[in-house]
Write a protein that binds this ligand. Structure first.
Ligand code: NAG
Ligand code: NAG
Length: 558
């Protein structure tokens, strides 16, 4: 799959080296920009839960899978060694001598490899706009669960019976199928006790904790819906059950993504005004066959800003909300085995623990450790900035112009979106305002009115979400797509919420706050799952099953 640059401007010089500063000198070191503009510390948010950061990662994973991390962790792990100096793929981050943390250590380099584009691997001519190689599909169709092709779905995911996905039971919990070979991607499993490692359509399901959790939960949701549908419609075969269930699971995920998570971050009124979401519950159809279903290169990239609200500590609770213990989240990457005994405590914590505050402060684990014991030192935000340069994105101010229509000629022109103190920080590192990197600008921006994300992030994300709704022929809100939902069915999908999702598939979740991306509290009190609105599958009843329909009075709620 390819993804195109939003502005369509080619900024990489020949041979895919990043541009230099306006003065002709190299740009300031990524690490020094990062340590200058983002402070380190731990400040909990007063509104958002961890669950929001988990779901956010899960939603993006659907359209972004690029092997970036795997490449320098496993395939080319030598970028900071002698060998790395001669491998063109290596682009390690240099740590300056006056680094606030590492001036006290001997670490002078952090591993990183080049992002791959069709141009950099030689499939397309070098003087064309870089198109990144992404191995997920460009539509929101849960590629991370169902695979990027039917072949993968059939081999890796489907049980090929009653519409279900393959599953295993351990500790009386339902899990995706696991790897049987001893060498596996779960490099942090503490052997010999921790063994479990998913063998699904996407090996990345074992990586970051949030992705892992939503893989397990979505897996369970699928089987729960498939089972209910097969009781409702006993005459349906495996294919029919599978594809109907898949369609429902994707729609539920998109309903939560567009109508619950995005409004929480970007503001409900904002998104209605932009046309990203509809204020009505009925169908909406804005399909335009002339718009190609594509994901801009900037869309997943700017959302790496979320690293700044990623909490480093994972707090675990029991089902009554009693705090039990904590663990470092960075130690959980590629460690599915840990979940076998702890999933219910992590689940309970996901909607009780705050995310890190939306501010200009980044958690020290995210900024120093990054991948736990995989690496001596890794600064995810510094890597983000370096990748920014290798993707060849236009200067930050070009995106400002795209978003606001204004032209920016002096640093002070940025006062509408960046406060003066932070403009000073930028000036310390960038001699010319055209040198400001896209993500560096976003790090210091003010938040969009009525929302909690930086203004340029908002602008890029809205552009993509609009394009997605218009270009996806199979968009769940359309009445005219192949196998479209009936209105009754759509109205059930509209009832989806992440709270209901957690009640359905989260271990030991019997009570939760109705708006589970927000912390429980006044107006969002925890309540029994019985009192959380459910989705009823009765509208999927197929009357042609000839009286062999499921039992009367049975509850088809999930
Ligand atoms: C994280 O992993 C490192 C390396 O294995 C270990 O030294 C450290 O104790 C772990 N931290 C926690 C909180 O488990
Ligand atoms: C670079 O990667 C290697 C192999 O994974 C690792 O041993 C080393 O600690 C890493 N370097 C740093 C600075 O983290």
């Amino acid at each position: 799959m390819d993804s195109k640059n939003l502005l369509g401007i080619l900024l990489l010089l020949s041979d895919f080296e990043p541009k230099t500063a306006k003065s002709g000198e190299p740009l300031p070191l990524s690490r020094s920009v990062r340590t200058t503009v983002l402070a380190e510390g731990r400040v909990p948010d007063s509104r958002f839960t961890q669950l929001l950061t988990y779901f956010w990662a899960h939603a993006l994973r659907d359209v972004l899978y690029a092997h970036d991390t795997f490449k320098y962790l496993s395939w080319k792990p030598y970028c900071c060694q002698e060998k790395g100096k001669t491998d063109k793929e290596c682009i390690p981050n240099i740590i300056p001598d006056d680094d606030p943390v590492h001036r006290f250590s001997s670490v002078r380099c952090m591993n990183l490899t080049r992002p791959e584009s069709f141009q950099s691997v030689g499939c397309l001519k070098k003087d064309t706009v870089p198109e990144r190689i992404v191995s997920s599909t460009p539509t929101f169709d849960l590629s991370q669960i169902y695979g990027i092709s039917l072949k993968i779905a059939n081999e890796k995911a489907r049980l090929l019976e009653k519409g279900m996905l393959k599953y295993e039971v351990e500790n009386s919990k339902l899990w995706p199928p696991s790897t049987k070979i001893p060498v596996n991607v779960c490099i942090l499993n503490q052997k010999p006790y921790e063994k479990r490692c998913h063998d699904t359509s996407d090996e990345g399901s074992n990586s970051a904790l949030g992705l892992n959790l939503f893989t397990i939960w979505t897996w369970r949701l699928h089987n729960r819906i498939a089972t209910t549908l097969s009781e409702l419609n006993p005459c349906w075969d495996d294919d029919r059950l599978f594809f109907t269930t898949r369609d429902i699971v994707i729609a539920i995920t998109m309903q939560i993504y567009f109508y619950e998570m995005s409004p929480a971050l970007m503001g409900f009124d904002n998104l209605v005004r932009e046309g990203v979401i509809s204020p009505y519950k009925e169908f909406r159809d804005v399909y335009d066959e002339n718009i190609i279903p594509q994901v801009s290169l900037e869309f997943p990239f700017v959302q790496r800003w979320a690293h700044t609200i990623q909490e480093g500590k994972l707090k675990m609770y029991d089902a009554n909300g009693n705090y039990l213990k904590e663990h470092r989240i960075v130690n959980m990457t590629f460690r599915t085995g840990y979940l076998v005994d702890n999933l219910e405590y992590i689940t309970q914590g996901s909607f009780r623990q705050p995310a890190a505050k939306v501010d200009y402060i980044i958690d020290p684990d995210v900024a120093q450790t990054g991948f736990g014991p995989h690496q001596l030192a890794a600064d995810l935000a510094t890597s983000d900035l370096t990748k920014n340069r290798y993707f060849g994105f236009a200067p930050y101010i070009k995106y400002r112009k795209l978003c606001s229509g204004k032209t920016y000629s002096t640093f002070e022109d940025l006062l509408d979106v960046i406060d003066s103190q932070r403009i000073e920080l930028l000036k310390e590192k960038y001699k010319n305002m055209e040198d400001i990197d896209l993500i560096a600008g976003i790090w210091v921006e003010k938040l969009v009115r009525g929302g909690s994300v930086p203004v340029t992030l908002y602008c890029v994300v809205v552009e993509q979400m609009l394009r997605t709704v218009v270009s996806d022929r199979h968009w769940y809100e359309r009445p005219n797509r192949p196998n479209a939902f009936s209105l009754e069915q759509l109205l059930e999908i509209r009832k989806a919420s992440v709270a209901q999702f957690m009640c359905a598939v989260g271990d030991t979740v019997t009570e939760i706050q109705p708006h589970a991306f927000f912390l429980p509290g006044k107006g969002n009190e925890m309540r029994s799952c019985k009192d959380i609105q459910k989705i009823n599958l009765s509208p999927w009843k197929d009357f042609s099953c000839n009286g062999r329909n499921g039992k009367q009075n049975k509850n088809y709620e999930i």
